[in-house]
Design a protein. Structure first.
Length: 418
């Protein structure tokens, strides 16, 4: 049975009333919907929930417990999260839609015991109806004409709050949260594999159906269409026809027509998570130069994946892979582009800070982009104990099986079409 929502006069003492002592409700700047402090979210609101919603809610509850521990360590009463990656992490993948300014974006407030969505009257109805229903969130709402800053000012006045954006006299929680954001939870890994399958399907289907003579822009349009049909937002698309793949490591797409070969790469986003995948298609057999480059890139990609284990780094993996190209024309191509990034909460995230490589940990998503000459093999993986779990394995696509010691690693090959 749902507890009644208390009137403003019944709010807990540690919450600032929107009325500020005034009875004129027409002058209010925000609306607070509260539940009693003793309300038990975990046991009283999960009965009858859809199993998928229940799993997501359990994931959010576990994150709230971690935040509560951080607040205790920081000696803070609560935290306000405004950065999109932090909000998506805490909410289990809330999708914010539409044309929206940074200062209008929804946020999260939690004191470690309860949790609230901070949102404007524009976004709150849809977010609760389509994104957060049954997940234990309460609402602190601001009127769009007043703005978010007023609500935030009311919320933190006279309290010691942490935040993820610079505010006077408020400690930043970013560095502490970073360790929590990097690894994907079991619930998030299931979402991630589903996202990976959707992006792989879009890229491979586009490669199988593109026609000789089509421009890179036309192909990019087909690829974006397939992504959106599967509920995936196209974050970045790169289409490189023939020699453009050799000349440019970040090619984008132009009016250049495809004559012989085409490299397709896409980064897709859904539920606050990002994956990247690339595939190469060739009309007829590839020439000897491309075939040699691709075979070498496949071996290098296998090394990157084999070294996607706890304790390794982008630097150590790169050094191991570079041994393959010593005394070859490609010995110094590592200088042209970075081979690996963190992924997951961001399209990519550099894992080298101030010249120091961060060591991989269990559950970290990584993007490896192996590029040698015209050959490119780009996929997303998740760090596992003894190797990596592919998040973007080939669906209907040729692959090479590379043996490294006792491991067999499947790496996408070139699709040859007539």
């Amino acid at each position: 049975m749902t507890e009644p929502v208390p009137a403003p006069s019944d709010l807990d003492d540690d919450e600032t009333s929107i009325f500020s002592g005034s009875e004129d409700t027409g002058s209010q700047t925000s609306v607070y919907l509260e539940l009693p402090e003793s309300f038990d979210h975990s046991s009283r609101l999960t009965d009858g929930l859809d199993p998928t919603v229940a799993k997501r809610r359990a994931d959010i509850d576990a994150k709230q417990i971690k935040v509560a521990q951080l607040l205790e360590e920081m000696e803070c009463e609560g935290v306000v999260l405004l950065m999109p990656a932090h909000v998506a992490w805490f909410t289990g993948g809330m999708n914010v839609r539409g044309l929206i300014a940074d200062g209008e974006r929804p946020g999260i407030y939690t004191n470690g015991r309860q949790r609230w969505l901070l949102a404007s009257n524009i976004d709150a109805p849809r977010l609760f109806d389509e994104e957060l229903d049954g997940l234990g969130f309460q609402l602190k709402e601001w009127q769009w004409s007043i703005g978010r800053a007023v609500l935030l000012g009311e919320l933190v006045a006279g309290k010691r709050f942490a935040t993820d954006r610079p505010f006077p006299n408020m400690p930043l929680v970013n560095d502490r949260l970073r360790l929590e954001l990097r690894p994907l939870t079991d619930y998030e890994q299931a979402l991630y594999h589903g996202l990976g399958r959707a992006v792989v399907h879009a890229v491979e289907a586009t490669a199988r159906s593109l026609e000789r003579g089509e421009s890179e822009r036309e192909i990019a349009g087909h690829l974006a269409h397939r992504l959106y049909r599967h509920g995936v937002e196209a974050t970045a698309i790169s289409i490189a026809a023939d020699e453009r793949a050799r000349r440019f490591r970040r090619a984008g797409f132009t009016e250049t027509p495809v004559e012989t070969t085409c490299y397709l790469q896409a980064t897709g986003c859904r539920d606050g998570l990002y994956v990247t995948v690339g595939r190469t298609v060739c009309f007829g057999p590839p020439n000897d130069k491309l075939r040699q480059e691709f075979d070498l890139a496949a071996k290098m990609a296998a090394i990157f994946r084999a070294m996607s284990v706890p304790g390794e780094t982008v630097g150590s993996a790169t050094e191991a892979a570079r041994k393959l190209v010593i005394d070859t024309p490609h010995e110094y191509e590592w200088r042209f582009s970075q081979p690996g990034y963190g992924a997951g909460r961001f399209p990519v995230e550099e894992l080298r800070k101030a010249g120091q490589d961060e060591k991989f940990a269990l559950g970290w998503p990584l993007v490896w982009q192996t590029k040698i000459g015209q050959a490119a093999i780009v996929d997303t993986v998740i760090v596992d104990q003894y190797s990596s779990m592919p998040a973007t394995p080939p669906e209907v696509w040729p692959f090479k099986r590379v043996k490294l010691r006792e491991q067999y690693i499947d790496v996408p090959d070139i699709l040859m079409r007539e």
